[in-house]
Design a binder for this molecule. Structure first.
Ligand code: HEC
Ligand code: HEC
Length: 342
């Protein structure tokens, strides 16, 4: 298994954890190294109504909110959500003693009631900390907007837009918008599945180790995730075929909304994705043929056209503002290599 290729800026909120992507050759060998020696006690970071300041949540150091609380376990995914190239960083906190449920057939991992998941957007400067909490009645969300001096972050009470240094417009969403992607049909905690979490990560403190092995070692999983349900999804820059990288990207960024009819899940056989020579239902001005995927012709394929579009037409329809051209190029390379439909 390859070591981390990503070099993350030192300023990330939860330490240097990076996804490494993976090879093309099926389940990667499991490493025996672990990144964290023991499960941290978590006295403070549990699901509750969100206070006004991030420093009051118990999930960060109250005196230095840039530092996670000791009970927060850093983690990373192989294929992160596209966030306009801002960079992102993740952590999970579990109630003491509680474990993450593992569906051995699908590889889906479900954090327990009381769990808090944190995602901080912004690598060079923190912009937003997004929070998902599992309470007794279901999942709730919160979003904290970082002050420009990063002294603390304030609860977002209504959607707003800010301009980041460099000119990018960044939108703080409503909770209802979060839940358009974080749907229960996709497990709500979207990154919590074997193919996303199975990789080697550089843990704070300098150790590189298998992430699932580390989770098992510290006893936070109900049972091990079987290798068959955790074939790693390769990142865009990983040494894997364009097909596998494109399919992994579409799974990570699109499949929570497109898993029926148009089915962009990684494990769905190509013939059943509802793409190849399938006519699109939403016409796009200027695109001839309107096929979701036209073999060898990215410019006639709505999958590529909608990824590259700006404003109203671009996919995904929310959560980011600019097109991910690296991803579009990988999707195009995949489409160019398809000679005919299965
Ligand atoms: C366009 C779809 C989309 C929207 C909108 C969105 N997210 Fe996410 N989010 C994702 C995806 C995909 C992942 C998993 C991949 C990753 O971690 O980058 C994710 C990951 C997360 C995580 C890490 C835990 C997990 O689910 O894997 C948190 C916490 C989170 N989002 C919170 C939020 C909050 C809060 C909002 C609203 C302010 C929000 N998200 C809006 C797509 C979205
Ligand atoms: C938050 C949910 C959501 C996400 C995430 C999302 N889509 Fe969509 N998508 C929609 C909706 C709703 C429509 C139908 C309305 C429209 O065409 O704009 C749609 C339509 C489409 C269509 C046109 C289908 C047709 O029959 O014409 C394509 C192609 C598409 N999406 C691709 C993608 C890709 C690729 C991604 C990921 C990069 C993505 N979508 C992410 C909600 C989503």
């Amino acid at each position: 298994m390859s070591l981390c290729r990503a070099s993350l800026p030192a300023a990330l909120a939860l330490g240097a954890v990076c996804a490494c992507g993976s090879s093309d050759s099926g389940p990667a060998p499991r490493s025996t190294l672990v990144g964290i020696d023991a499960r941290p006690a978590n006295a403070s970071c549990t699901a509750k109504p969100p206070p006004k300041l991030l420093s009051q949540t118990g999930c960060v150091d109250a005196n230095d909110p840039k530092k996670p609380a000791p009970g927060v376990i850093p983690y990373a995914v192989n294929v992160p959500q596209w966030l306009d190239n801002t960079g992102s960083d993740r952590g999970i906190a579990l109630p003491d003693g509680a474990v993450i449920a593992v569906d051995a057939a699908t590889g889906r991992l479900t954090p327990p009631v009381g769990a808090v998941l944190l995602k901080t957007v912004g690598a060079t400067r923190r912009v937003e900390t997004q929070v998902l909490m599992r309470e007794g009645g279901g999942w709730t969300t919160a979003s904290y907007r970082w002050r420009p001096d990063e002294s603390d972050a304030e609860l977002v009470e209504s959607p707003s837009v800010t301009t980041l240094p460099g000119g990018l417009e960044y939108r703080f969403m409503s909770g209802a918008e979060c839940l358009q992607c974080h749907v229960s049909g996709a497990g709500t905690a979207l990154g919590w599945k074997g193919p996303q979490l199975n990789g080697v990560f550089a843990y704070p403190g300098g150790k590189s180790a298998g992430q699932l092995e580390t989770f098992e070692h510290i006893g936070i999983l109900e049972r091990p995730v079987p290798a068959a349900a955790s074939t790693p999804m390769p990142g865009l820059g990983a040494p894997a075929s364009a097909e596998r990288r494109a399919r992994a990207y579409l799974d990570a960024n699109c499949a929570h909304c497109h898993s029926a009819g148009l089915d962009l899940r990684f494990q769905t056989p190509f013939a059943q994705t509802g793409t190849c020579n399938v006519e699109g239902r939403s016409p796009v001005p200027g695109v001839q043929g309107e096929t979701i995927l036209a073999p060898a012709e990215p410019s006639r394929s709505l999958l590529s056209v909608r990824l590259r579009s700006s404003a109203q037409l671009r996919m995904p329809p929310l959560g980011s503002r600019v097109a991910d051209l690296d991803a579009a190029n990988v999707v195009d390379a995949w489409i160019k290599g398809i000679a005919s439909c299965p």
